[in-house]
Design a binder for this molecule. Structure first.
Ligand SMILES: Cc1cc2nc3c(=O)[nH]c(=O)nc-3n(C[C@H](O)[C@H](O)[C@H](O)COP(=O)(O)OP(=O)(O)OC[C@H]3O[C@@H](n4cnc5c(N)ncnc54)[C@H](O)[C@@H]3O)c2cc1C
Length: 425
């Protein structure tokens, strides 16, 4: 019998299992990244995750002060995680957030930067272009550049680092999907107690005193919260384009930071993106990163009209089929509008799903005293996953809440099978 079973070996689950295994016996259950064959319609696999990549942006600022606080707690610990695990995952290239001068986006960001004392410089579009001569940013835009505690992380390697530490602490990792979680009466020769029973897809049973669900966008597609109960989240499909450049070009623009853009775009930028010309231009872009195939890709993401999913088969189809080829091309054109002087060797798309709560904040809560949740990353949680996992473990295992943000901002909302919100159980 384990003290805790963490379900979901993604970004939050791997962090949670590391923290819990420092003082408790822990079992982490969750499948590894799918193989190519497991992303085919013919494969029986139907559980995927949001971490099959090499680039996630991190920065201490964001226009939501709650997300900013979570990031500010997690990011300074990256170097300690790298040291303890021996696995590097963070590259501090800085992060450039750009928007229309005086617009809501850049104004809210500047407020958080000032209030939280984040080290950052405010630059005009012209100043951005002289600092990074390979970027084309509109003169009239304004940018906030964070050079410290900002850049990109590899989500794959962060998970590897967290699990390496958890295993050193004695955590057992079972690479399977979980079919059900329930409360059962356990009759040991000495005493009879109520425990949690976790059953995997292969029928393996694991008993634990408590269970923490870190199952992201797939939480609703197994019996994890009880029959016909699921978290109140919306599941959005996201598309990205990865544009291949040569190693020589990657070296030429190696000072490129991660970029977030929310504005009107440049006069000389592609008119193809966003597809609706009345919509604001919104995207995030990762600098060239070397992927496991040995090639360098610049990545751009954001769906102007994201798809919403309601069923497991819809989610699987999205992971199998990938995004619309037209959108992939439009996003590739957006990359070459912003990054100048690189030769495009190829480009391709990829798909992913994020779980978004009505509050836009994560759910870090207890459903009852033996079942916790740390889900609803809202598309922002990679950088803060270490703190989210830690908070969930403190709450479930020690009944403690030690961050200066009220816990009620993270209360989980559940809904019944017919879609009606229920109160917290
Ligand atoms: C394209 C894209 C770009 C993003 N960019 C950024 C970014 O730049 N910066 C940032 O901070 N965040 C970013 N995010 C968001 C970030 O990746 C997610 O918020 C984060 O991965 C959420 O972590 P999680 O642990 O909740 O979910 P996941 O990382 O998806 O992990 C959940 C895990 O649970 C497993 N699981 C599900 N069901 C079961 C089950 N029944 N049994 C066992 N295991 C199960 C899954 O297989 C998965 O491994 C991005 C997300 C996407 C999709």
């Amino acid at each position: 019998m384990f003290d805790l079973c963490v379900v979901g070996a993604g970004l939050i689950g791997s962090a949670a299992s590391k923290y819990a295994s420092r003082g408790s016996s822990v079992c982490l259950i969750g499948p590894d990244e799918p193989t190519k064959e497991e992303r085919l319609t013919s494969s029986p696999r139907d559980i995927y995750g949001a971490h099959y990549d090499e680039g996630r942006i991190y920065r201490q600022s964001t226009s939501d002060p709650v997300w900013a606080k979570l990031a500010q707690k997690a990011i300074p610990r990256y170097s300690e995680i790298e040291r303890e695990s021996g696995v590097d995952f963070a590259t501090e290239v800085g992060c450039l957030s750009v928007g229309s001068r005086g617009g809501n986006y850049i104004t809210a960001l500047k407020e958080v930067v000032q209030k939280d004392g984040i080290q950052a410089e405010t630059l005009s579009g012209t100043e951005v272009c002289s600092k990074f001569p390979f970027l084309s940013i509109p003169n009239m835009d304004e940018a906030v550049f964070e050079s410290h505690f900002a850049g990109y992380i590899s989500p794959r390697r962060l998970i590897k680092a967290q699990i390496t530490i958890a295993k050193k602490n004695g955590c057992q990792h079972i690479q399977e999907a979980v079919r059900s979680v329930s409360r059962v009466l356990h009759d040991d020769s000495n005493k009879c107690e109520v425990v949690m029973e976790v059953v995997t897809d292969s029928g393996r049973k694991v008993l634990a005193k408590k269970v923490l669900l870190c199952t992201g966008a797939f939480t609703a597609f197994r019996k994890l919260l009880g029959t016909e109960v699921s978290p109140d989240t919306k599941l959005f499909g996201l598309s990205v384009t990865k544009l291949e450049i040569s190693e020589e070009d990657a070296v030429k623009i190696k000072a490129m930071p991660s970029i977030l853009y929310f504005g009107e775009g440049g006069a000389d930028w592609t008119k193809d993106y966003p597809p609706d010309p009345r919509a604001p231009v919104v995207f995030y872009m990762l600098p060239p990163i070397r992927y496991p195939d040995g090639k360098y890709y610049i990545k751009l993401g954001h769906d102007p009209v994201p798809r919403m999913f309601h069923t497991g088969p819809q989610m699987k189809q999205w992971f199998v089929q990938g995004p619309d080829p037209r959108l992939i091309r439009q996003m590739a054109n957006m990359i070459t509008s912003v990054v100048k002087g690189v030769k495009v060797l190829s480009y391709h798309g990829d798909s992913c799903v994020v779980d978004v709560a009505p509050s836009n904040r994560p759910y870090i809560d207890r459903v009852h005293n033996q079942l916790g949740v740390a889900i609803a990353g809202n598309g922002y949680a990679a950088k803060s996953s270490d703190e989210i996992g830690r908070l969930a473990v403190e709450l479930l295992m020690k009944d403690q809440w030690d961050i200066d943000i009220p816990q009620n901002l993270f209360h989980v909302q559940l809904k019944s099978g017919c879609g009606n919100p229920t109160s917290r159980l």
